[in-house]
Write a protein that binds this ligand. Structure first.
Ligand SMILES: [Zn+2]
Length: 299
């Protein structure tokens, strides 16, 4: 367990000053503010560039410095930079910049804003479930750069449970939705539930994530029949009668999905389009080839 006294020793060793509790360094306030926020800082003694680090339970680490240093005088402070390293053993490996001070706040305000951003980021990074993740996402303060925000899991834009920049509220029954996060190279999706913390595996495609979520909220949905998408008149009445006879009673009242045929490959599933407001699931079936042979017979 490292302490503020250790930090003083480290700074003393690096600046040729004797360890002096009264000699201020910008890192002391950062250290104390992190602890006051319930975050445990530590000192990476092996590297001059990582004076204060925060080790997270998943083995990743956040490093906070001003230009690889925390020992400068508070009056000389310009801005903290906080980096979340996903592989602490590899400083050049993947990371996100989660705070970069605007350089005009001063030492006290910059330290407070930095710890706010780190605290909100840790909440978002460690949250589990659609609600916790999305609500942590919308609570990220302005100081968290755009690239880092986009890399946080959030409920897909305008998808079930999405409530703009406002927190979302839980549903009383298991309700499917999906989460998105935008990494540098690609976007990931995962199915999730608005009533509990269930989450599906990360997927590249939205449809796969939604299907995972339906396995959780409406088991058995894959075995139900697939219907034509839109028909009018008498056919519509017949189709409704067939649907009512085939589907489990109350299926659509619980937000159950409806599978429909589509001739479009990779057609997107649509929420709120099933009879009870559940998902309309698109099942691809190519259009039949033109009946060329029949026409020849008629001629
Ligand atoms: Zn659930």
């Amino acid at each position: 367990m490292t302490t503020l006294a250790d930090l003083r020793e480290l700074i003393a060793a690096r600046t040729d000053h004797k360890s002096d509790p009264d000699r201020p360094a910008a890192g002391y306030l950062l250290w104390d503010t992190l602890i006051a926020a319930g975050i445990t800082p530590s000192i990476n003694l092996s590297s001059a560039g990582r004076a204060i680090s925060i080790d997270l339970p998943d083995g990743t680490s956040i490093w906070v410095t001003e230009q690889a240093d925390v020992s400068h005088h508070p009056d000389d402070h310009e801005a903290w930079t906080a980096l979340h390293h996903y592989d602490p053993a590899d400083p050049l490996g993947p990371y996100h910049l989660i705070y970069e001070g605007p350089r005009n706040l001063g030492h006290t305000a910059d330290t407070a804003a930095c710890v706010d951003a780190i605290s909100a980021w840790i909440t978002a990074h460690t949250a589990v479930g659609a609600l916790a993740r999305h609500n942590a996402y919308v609570a990220l303060p302005k100081g968290v750069p755009r690239d880092a925000r986009r890399a946080s899991w959030m409920i897909g834009y305008a998808k079930p449970g999405f409530n703009g920049r406002h927190p979302t509220t839980p549903t009383t029954r298991h309700t499917p939705t999906h989460l998105d996060r935008h990494l540098n190279t690609h976007t990931e999706r995962r199915g999730a539930c608005l009533a509990c913390n269930w989450e599906g595996p990360a997927r590249r495609h939205q449809n796969a994530a939604i299907e995972d979520a339906l396995d959780h909220t409406h088991p058995g949905w894959r075995d139900l029949p697939t219907l034509p998408q839109s028909v009018g008149g008498r056919n519509a009445t017949l189709l409704r009668a067939y649907r009512d006879a085939t589907f489990p009673p109350g299926w659509f009242d619980t937000g159950g999905p409806l599978k429909v045929w589509t001739t479009t490959a990779n057609d997107w599933h649509e929420h709120s389009k099933a009879p009870g407001g559940g998902y309309l699931i698109k099942v691809h079936r190519p259009a039949p080839a033109p009946a060329a042979h029949q026409q020849q017979t008629l001629l």
